[in-house]
Design a protein around this ligand. Structure first.
Ligand SMILES: Nc1ncnc2c1ncn2[C@@H]1O[C@H](COP(=O)(O)OP(=O)(O)OP(=O)(O)O)[C@@H](O)[C@H]1O
Ligand SMILES: [Mg+2]
Length: 229
């Protein structure tokens, strides 16, 4: 079964997984392996050409795009920031509630540099050109926390951050994600080893799936990844 095709290239096949409320699901594996493609299918940036993607047993193609995306907070690998205030970038089309913006920024470990910029009304330039890569990522995480949907998708959301900032954010995110679904793509094993399920991707396929202990026992690829860290 092929789930997804870009033109003539078969990108994904044999992708099968289920995530329950309250669980964290991690996607790992080689660059170009298909991790972001799976996320793009879930949020319907692209439509699959076969198979099924269900949320609460409802096929996502039966739901309006607006309603599907309302249920998903997505921190993509490509952060999109626009020329307006920090607050507007965090609320992203939603009404600005200053207290909630500040709370989201704090939980995304972004509040102190935003204060240095002059506060939540300070200006962000188009594409976030006046921010560092890690600062852009943290604004993007704050945006997802502000939205606070029942599904949180993080695609390398903390890749530009140092370990201590990442650890802080992941700890803070727990407050938001109890009883929700978290889908995360990450390289650092510290981030993924605690996930309820980990799927290893290679060449558009899931080559192993399980929790940390199961994969350490059953998957040579996972053992190798662990030794590298
Ligand atoms: N818009 C697109 N059009 C055509 N091919 C694409 C497109 N996006 C991704 N691909 C191809 O799909 C394959 C899977 O890419 P994907 O972005 O899903 O990988 P990934 O596992 O997220 O990699 P990375 O760790 O580098 O982010 C790659 O071979 C890539 O070249
Ligand atoms: Mg990717």
């Amino acid at each position: 079964m092929y789930l997804f095709l870009f033109g003539e290239n078969k990108i994904l096949s044999n992708i099968n997984f289920e995530i329950k409320k309250g669980e964290t699901f991690a996607l790992i594996g080689e660059s170009g392996g298909g991790k972001s493609s799976v996320l793009n299918l879930i949020i319907r940036f692209f439509d699959k050409n076969s198979g099924e993607i269900l949320i609460n047993n409802i096929d996502i193609e039966q739901i309006s795009l607006a309603s599907l995306r309302e249920h998903i907070s997505f921190v993509s690998q490509r952060v999109y920031l626009f020329n307006d205030s920090v607050a507007k970038n965090v609320a992203y089309g939603d009404e600005v509630d200053s207290n909630r913006v500040i709370e989201a920024l704090k939980n995304a470990d972004a509040f102190s540099f935003v204060e240095d910029m002059g506060g939540i009304n300070a200006e962000i330039l188009q594409f976030g050109n006046n921010l560092s890569g890690g600062q852009r990522q943290r604004i993007s995480i704050a945006r997802a926390l502000y939205k606070n949907s029942s599904i949180l998708i993080l695609d390398e959301a903390t890749s530009a951050l140092d370990n201590s900032s990442e650890r802080k954010i992941l700890e803070n995110i727990k407050k938001y994600t109890e009883n929700k679904i978290v889908i995360t793509v990450a390289h650092r094993l510290s981030t993924i080893s605690k996930a309820n399920k980990i799927a290893i991707f290679a060449k558009g396929k899931i080559i192993a799936i399980g929790n940390h202990e199961e994969l350490l026992t059953n998957s040579n690829e996972y053992k190798i990844l662990n030794q590298k860290h």
